[in-house]
Every structure is written in C-alpha cells, then in structure tokens.
Design a protein around this ligand. Structure first.
Ligand SMILES: Cc1cc2nc3c(=O)[nH]c(=O)nc-3n(C[C@H](O)[C@H](O)[C@H](O)COP(=O)(O)OP(=O)(O)OC[C@H]3O[C@@H](n4cnc5c(N)ncnc54)[C@H](O)[C@@H]3O)c2cc1C
Length: 486
C-alpha cells in the first residue's frame, strides 16, 4: 500500500509511526493493543495523566477506598487498563492534541512545549462530551453538568451534598446511584424524560431482549434511586435555573403544576454527543444523525472516514457506549494493519467477525436507548431571549437573533457577527444549539445549515508552547521505556 503523502508544505516528512491513536479510552486502548500485537509501531496520546478515558477514568488509581461502588462496569476496566499499561506502545499522557493533518502530521502540547510526530495511519478516539443544556440560568455559578460531578468523584473522590440532578439519560441515573451508594444526600431528581419517549421506545422492546442484562442494569439504577427515598419528579419540562449572579433554585413543570425548589447546586445532563472538534478540523465529512440528534463523521464498516488513512472509533464516531467503543477500536485497528500490509484481506475479515457481530447487536440496543432518552426540544433549542447560548462569549438568544437579522444566517457568519463559538471551548458548548436555532429561524433542515468551520489549533495553547517545538521519533517500542508523562 503506497504512502504518497510524505510531503507537508513541500517538506519531506518521514512517517515515524505506523499508527497514531488519539485518546486512550476503551476505543483507543483496544485499537492500540490490536495494532501493537500485529507488529505495527504504535503511539497513543491522551490529554489525561492516565489511561481509561471517561468510563475508566482513574480506575487503577481510584481515590475511593471501594471503587466497586461505582459499579461493575467501572472496575471491569482495570483489566483493560492494566494490559494496556503493560504493553510497550509509545504513550504520551498529559498530551493535548491540537492539530491533525490529513498528511499524517500530529501537533500536540506536552510538557509545556509543542511536539510533532507523524504516522502513516491515524485513529481518532477522542470520545464524547455532554450535550449542552441551554436553559435559563445554566450558565450561573452553582450549575454544572452531571458528568463533571462524576469526574470530580472519579478523579479526587469529591462530591456535592444536597444537589439537585436534572435531566435524562442512563448516565444521569448512574451518577445519582453512585452518589447514593456513597451515602451522599441527593436533594431531588428532576427527570425530563417525557411520556412520549416511552411510547416511542416501546415498539423496540422486543429487539432489545437479547440485551436483557443491560436493560435490567438500567432498571436497577432507577430502583436504587426509588428505594433511596430521594424525591423524583418525572416527566418534568420547562426547567429553568433561578438566581441573580448564582443559582438559588430550579423551577420546572411536573405532575400538573409548576415547582420552584431551592437549590444551590444543580447538576444537568441530557445525554452525550460525539466530541467533534478534531474530526471537523481535519475536514472529515459529517452528517446529521436524527436518531442521536447530533452530527457524526461519515464512517464505513471499518470506521474509516472520508480520508482513508484516518479512522474514527468509539463515541466520537457516534454514541455507542464503552463496550461497543472497544469493538470499534478493534475494527479500526484491524483495517489499519491490513492497509499497512501487516495482514491479508482474508485474515482481516476473519479477525473482524467477532467485533462486527457484537457491534451490530449493540446498535440495536442503542436505537432503543436513543429513542427512550432523546432530549426534548425545549431543553435543546431555547426560545426565551434571555437564555445564554454561548457561555464563553455570554451570547444570548436575543443577541444571536439580532446577528441573524444582520445577515448571520449560517453558523460561520453568525460567529463572525456575534463571536459565538469563538471562546475557550471553541464552540463545543454552543455548536449544536446554534445549528438547531438557525434551522428553526430559517425553517430549513439542519443539514442545510451545517456547523461551525473548525480549524487548528482546535485547543487553546499559549505562544510559549508554540515557540518550543520538538520532533518526536518512534522508539520502535520493543522493551524500551515508552511512557511519556507531562
Ligand atoms: C463526562 C462523561 C462521563 C461518562 N461516564 C460514563 C460512565 O460512568 N459509564 C459509561 O458507561 N459511560 C460513560 N460515559 C460515556 C463514555 O463516552 C463511554 O462510556 C466511553 O468512555 C467511550 O469510550 P471512548 O474510548 O470512545 O472515549 P473516551 O473514554 O471518552 O476516551 C477518549 C479520550 O480521549 C481524550 N481526548 C479527547 N480529545 C483529546 C485531544 N485533543 N488530545 C488528547 N486527548 C484527547 C479524552 O480526554 C479521553 O481520555 C461518560 C461520558 C462522559 C462525557
């Protein structure tokens, strides 16, 4: 398989690695192990200090005396992380990738300088992020995402007593149950899953019977919350955070009336969406997925993107969950080593069968979850002019509307007129909302509206980092120390 893209801006670049993987979560770790075990030179980069990604965050060095309380799905990651840590794959932790070129060039911040490496094949497995929850007051101090509550718990064993959890989706119930198992008081759960969701998901119930264990796990979480006596307000809507300068209460409609509950701390969650800044900044083709109400990169059965030398695996290729993320990682790696000529087509097809079978069965279950926990429109596309859409630049619906009237009919034009999406998060927290708002205002399909144009650097970096530049050479991995920490 020829490699005719050994040129960057006219400079001949030697491909230091066969495969570079960005993100050491379940997808990235599985891909790295398959690739390395097939004799490829592999490097993996992750911005965290340890492998594990979101689900297996800190699983081998948990601050908790009994990490088992976080659930079997969490501690199950110890084996994968241990196998990965013992492997002699070149690993960069505390490495924040801010540029990926379709010519195999990767630039990243590490140890306060910029490092560069190149690879013949790239696997992007940089995971998911929590879906924005643009309601009144979500930008106020005291309001965080439920995922950040779990990050503080997994990283440092930190919890917040007497908080109100608001939203929908398996992760919300999991985090509440994790809190309750640790004896942390939860003031209330305001569940925004509408009645219509049950009606929409019911027809799929038989298709998920093969995944009864996963279904019962979900029911188990709801039972844990019910048995704890924590107040649960179901079918809630019209959620808003009250307070001047900080959150003081959460108001919502449920059981036929409006409620206003005092709350200093509110954790919001309405599902996760692919973390797209990297795949978009490379210019990979994306499409709008109505089932998951998000943008996704176009991928084939081998997780190959519109740039053949770049694969996307795990939740950043579309929300699949941890187990399926591992399968996507394996498939992406199997195709990469085939492209590198390390295995034959027949061996590729043979080795892929197990993961392909599992992945298609997981997708059946995913369809049920996506129908059941699809967030309601009023909590995704705000109509109240006061709602802050872009928290970085504090741009409200009203300000975006006037930008729209001034000619900002597309996300890029609106960004130019209002600075929405120009802040530290580079549009992560407002990109989907802006696309959906513009689709509404233009009365057009969201595919026609599109998304912000992402460019490198896709992460903030300071000039000092940019000025200190190092080329990374592959260690060829055998036996030598291959772990680089920040
Ligand atoms: C906050 C949060 C908490 C979650 N908790 C759970 C849970 O408890 N249980 C569960 O089943 N699912 C959970 N999920 C869903 C989770 O997405 C999947 O379970 C699973 O972790 C996906 O695996 P992955 O390998 O695709 O991505 P991830 O596990 O997310 O791994 C991606 C890795 O890439 C890194 N990365 C991203 N961008 C860059 C970059 N530019 N440079 C370098 N590194 C980068 C990330 O820091 C991360 O370590 C959670 C999701 C989120 C967002």
């Amino acid at each position: 398989m020829s490699n005719d893209r050994n040129m960057s801006n006219g400079v001949n670049i030697s491909n230091d690695y066969d495969i570079a993987i960005i993100g050491a979560g379940p997808a990235g770790m599985s891909a790295a192990l398959v690739a390395a075990e097939s004799g490829a030179t592999v490097v993996i980069l992750d911005d965290k200090l340890r492998p594990g990604g979101q689900i297996y965050r800190n699983v081998t060095q948990s601050p908790l005396q009994n990490p088992e309380v976080l659930g079997v799905d969490y501690v199950k990651g110890q084996a994968l992380v241990a196998r990965f840590e013992q492997s002699s794959i070149d690993k960069f932790f505390g490495a924040s990738v801010w540029h990926v070129g379709d010519n195999g060039e990767i630039l990243f911040s590490h140890a306060s300088e910029t490092k560069r490496l190149t690879a013949r094949e790239i696997i992007i497995s940089c995971g998911a992020m929590e879906r924005p929850f643009p309601i009144k007051g979500w930008h106020l101090p005291g309001v965080m995402s439920a995922g950040s509550a779990q990050v503080m718990l997994k990283n440092d064993g930190l919890v917040k007593d007497n908080a109100v959890f608001v939203g929908t989706g398996p992760l919300l119930y999991l985090i509440v149950a994790q809190y309750l198992r640790l004896g942390v008081k939860v003031k209330a759960v305001v569940d925004t899953t509408p009645v219509s969701a049950y009606k929409r998901a019911l027809p799929l119930i038989f298709s998920v019977l093969p995944h009864l264990k996963m279904l019962l796990k979900g029911v188990g979480l709801l039972n844990e919350i019910r048995k704890s006596g924590t107040p649960v307000y179901r079918f809630a809507s019209k959620v808003a955070i009250e307070g001047e300068g900080e959150a003081t209460a959460v108001s919502f409609y449920a059981n036929g009336q409006m409620h206003c509950m005092a709350a200093e701390h509110v954790f919001l969650h309405q599902g996760v969406i692919p973390n797209l800044n990297m795949t978009r900044s490379i210019g990979l083709k994306h499409y709008w997925c109505e089932q998951q109400l998000c943008w996704k990169p176009e991928l084939d059965q081998w997780c190959e993107s519109s740039v053949p030398s770049i694969a996307v695996a795990g939740d950043c290729g579309g929300i699949v969950g941890a187990d399926a993320a591992e399968d996507m990682g394996r498939l992406a790696a199997i195709q990469r080593i085939y492209r590198l000529g390390l295995i034959s087509q027949q061996e590729r097809n043979e080795r892929a069968k197990f993961s392909q079978r599992r992945l298609s069965s997981f997708n059946t279950f995913r369809r049920f979850i996506d129908r059941m926990y699809q967030p309601i429109k009023q909590h995704r596309v705000p109509v109240d002019d006061q709602v802050v859409v872009c928290r970085c630049e504090e741009q409200t619906v009203a300000q975006l509307k006037s930008g729209f009237v001034e000619g900002g009919s597309g996300p890029e034009e609106l960004k130019g007129l209002t600075r929405c999406g120009m802040g530290p998060c580079q549009g992560r927290q407002c990109g989907h909302t802006v696309s959906e708002l513009l689709a509404d205002w233009r009365d057009e399909r969201i595919e026609k509206v599109g998304y912000y144009r992402m460019r490198s650097p896709m992460r903030l970096l300071n000039l000092a980092e940019l000025s200190l530049f190092t080329q990374v050479e592959s260690k060829g991995t055998s036996g030598q120390e291959s772990q680089h920490e920040n």
